[in-house]
Design a protein around this ligand. Structure first.
Ligand code: F6R
Length: 235
């Protein structure tokens, strides 16, 4: 893992932008994307740039179950508002959270990943060490699947909804094995509330208890941190 520490989240996001720009310049064509607060500055930088994604493909990590794509809190809406409306991609994929058969939808989505191998995967990190919605207990060989969100993830996501009861309890998410198929993974984590998960991801054992620790097995991972998120690292 290449660990890079910056004074502020903005500086770390600028570095993520540079990696995106470099990848595009080197012919990368498929970008794995995340939602949540962490990549918002990166997406702002992409929107303000002159980069052209009209020939590129985007594949998102996950989508809540039970929300229509046009729901204000769906991840489909998030991606449109933060990136796709301003920077349309040739194709952009996100799981269908309303699929009647979520297992079939998950299998279809894994097929899309195999047809469009991800060149650069952007990840955030859950406070509990999740990546995508691979919560503690996630298996190394998991592919895209229906998953139940933990209480801590539901609480963390409640800030986007009027009441906690409105937060979806399930999602369709790429699995650990799906994520590890990407050629280059760039994980961003900011703030003191991520410091414990960052330490466990980088310095802890590789374990299902900390799904992000499986990234230690990938040959090309870049971790971009601010000083607060890096504060518990030993070096
Ligand atoms: C989002 C996702 C999640 C988030 C993580 C961090 O698509 O898959 O793993 O990256 O929950 O969320 P934020 O960035 O809001 O702290």
């Amino acid at each position: 893992m290449d660990i890079q520490i910056f004074d502020t989240p903005t500086q770390a996001s600028k570095q993520a932008f540079t990696l995106f720009e470099q990848a595009l310049g080197e012919g990368a064509n498929v970008f794995g994307l995340a939602t949540g607060s962490t990549p918002v500055t990166l997406y702002d930088l992409l929107v303000k740039s002159n980069l052209d994604f009209s020939q590129a493909t985007a594949i998102n990590l996950d989508e809540y179950c039970g929300l229509p794509a046009d729901h204000p809190q769906s991840y489909a809406t998030f991606m449109k508002e933060h990136l796709f409306n301003a920077k349309p991609f040739k194709a952009s994929y996100i799981p269908n959270g309303l699929a009647e058969d979520p297992d079939a939808e998950a299998a279809r989505y894994e097929g899309l990943i195999d047809e469009n191998p991800v060149d650069l995967q952007i990840l955030g990190l859950g406070k509990n060490g999740h990546i995508g919605f691979n919560e503690p207990g996630a298996k190394r060989d998991s592919v895209t699947h229906l998953t139940k969100l933990t209480d801590s993830t539901i609480q963390a996501n409640a800030r986007f909804f009027d009441t906690i009861d409105q937060v979806p309890t399930h999602a369709i998410s790429m699995g650990i094995a799906s994520i590890l198929k990407a050629k280059h993974i760039v994980l961003l984590a900011f703030g003191a509330n991520k410091a414990q998960a960052v330490k466990a991801m980088i310095e802890g054992p590789i374990t299902s208890d900390v799904p992000a620790s499986f990234l230690q097995e990938h040959p090309h991972v870049t971790v971009l941190l601010d000083t607060e998120a890096a504060s518990l690292l030993s070096e």
